[in-house]
Write a protein of this length. Structure first.
Length: 434
């Protein structure tokens, strides 16, 4: 049964992956057609075609390798300097440029002269190339909001899980009390496991972060603490101790190994699934975008540890880069977790949402062959043409993105090598959530 559920989880993730890819390419397709660009192909996947059907002037299909997708637009790159496709060169770099230019004019038909991608104004090309990643961003936001506001997320609550019997500096990393340790304010005030703190020093709150910050900000003060116990509210008096506690960063997250002197009440907060309102959801998503950007910037620094995890004896860190295979394995693990089905569904939705957020950020990198590279080329062309107009100089014409194809091949080669490294690590030493 566990194996069957694991396979089902992989299938569910694969469906979400294929939909995300198709949704991305739909953004490119719809805007390209809106601006009159001819699109011969819309494909989900790479490799051999499993299924296709032609509707109008576009062939729609699914290919065997579900690791991406594409639409093919006529005239992605401008012709050579003479207005024609240049002759084949013996230079390997020039050959790359000419091959890319030739591919951009495959299936050119009479009447297509006004339907080429490069002939569209730069702002239109920016929209066409941005539309794909933007579709992933929209999907990520919708899925995140669905989970945050519809299902809720696991977080610390104001309910008491356990009460410390004494004051111990968190930097000492011990749990047992000694005779020299003073009694904790929570124990002295009569706080019990199961109590739900509803107000602190006259301020009502059901938010753990706010409650924690208020406790930390009142060392040495005697304050009323109102708890909900057995269906009624009970007011306790607690004298907040001064203690060494874990430091928090600007986002309220614990900073490992760093401590500050602050107020201390002495209890552990219970964890529960809590629905978020719209404002809390927006804040949460903003934090996740910041985390994702930081992770993307830190990718090069994580390669040595990833190599050690794949080919050595190193551990696979929880925040290690993970590819499609690794994410599919996580989907399989989610299906086998002993948690309510609603929370399994929420975790699946979160996984697909995170994947779409990563697709958006990755594709926005200003590097060919990514969408961000074409956007950068269109913006540079617009800047050149506007500058020439202001300076009363001749129009420099379209920016020849094809000349950057040698760089694009190098970037693509780096991406392929990194993808293969992640694939090996995902197979031999995967990230696990259970």
């Amino acid at each position: 049964m566990t194996t069957l559920m694991f396979i089902l989880g992989i299938v569910v993730f694969a469906v979400g992956l294929l939909f995300s890819i198709a949704w991305h390419e739909l953004g490119h397709l719809s805007t390209a057609k809106m601006f009159g660009i001819r699109v011969p192909q819309y494909m989900v996947g790479f490799g051999p075609t499993l299924f296709s059907r032609k509707k109008g002037e576009t062939e729609y299909g699914v290919k065997a390798i579900p690791f991406g997708g594409y639409i093919r637009m006529i005239g992605m790159f401008p012709p050579g300097a003479d207005g024609k496709l240049e002759a084949r060169s013996t230079s390997p770099w020039r050959g790359m440029i000419e091959d890319a230019r030739s591919a951009a004019f495959e299936e050119l038909r009479p009447g297509d002269e006004e339907r080429l991608f490069y002939t569209r104004k730069p702002w239109k090309r920016v929209i066409v190339m941005f539309a794909g990643p933007f579709m992933n961003l929209i999907l990520a936001v919708v899925l995140f909001l669905t989970v945050l506001m519809g299902f809720g997320i696991s977080q610390q609550t104001t309910t008491v899980s356990s009460v410390s019997q004494c004051v111990i500096s968190q930097s000492e990393n011990r749990n047992d009390c000694t005779k020299s340790d003073p009694a904790s304010p929570a124990a002295a005030a009569g706080l019990r496991a199961g109590d739900k703190i509803v107000a602190f020093d006259g301020v009502r709150t059901d938010d753990w972060d706010r409650l924690s910050n208020m406790i930390r900000a009142n060392p040495g003060e005697t304050v009323p603490v109102v708890v909900e116990r057995d269906g009624r509210e009970v007011t306790l008096q607690a004298t907040i101790a001064t203690n060494q506690v874990a430091k928090k960063d600007a986002n309220g997250q614990i900073v490992e190994g760093e401590y500050v002197t602050a107020g201390f009440l002495g209890f552990s907060a219970a964890t529960g699934v809590v629905k978020q309102d719209f404002g809390q959801s927006v804040t949460w998503m903003g934090d996740r975008v910041g985390d994702a950007v930081d992770s993307l910037a830190a990718l090069p620094s994580k390669i040595p540890a990833l190599w050690d995890a794949a080919f050595g004896d190193g551990p696979r860190e929880a925040d290690s880069p993970m590819g499609v295979v690794g994410a599919a394995r996580v989907g399989g693990e989610i299906a086998t977790l002993d948690i309510p089905p609603t929370q399994q569904l929420a975790m699946f939705v979160m996984l697909v949402a995170g994947f779409n957020l990563s697709l958006f950020l990755f594709n926005m990198l200003p590097l060919l062959p990514l969408d961000g590279g074409h956007i950068a080329g269109a913006l540079w062309e617009s800047l050149r043409r506007n500058a020439a107009k202001v300076l009363r100089r001749p129009d420099p014409g379209p920016f020849d993105v094809a000349k950057l194809m040698p760089v694009a091949y190098v970037v693509a080669g780096v991406f392929v090598c990194f993808t293969l490294l992640v694939l090996v690590a995902d197979v031999v030493n995967p990230v696990r959530i259970s």
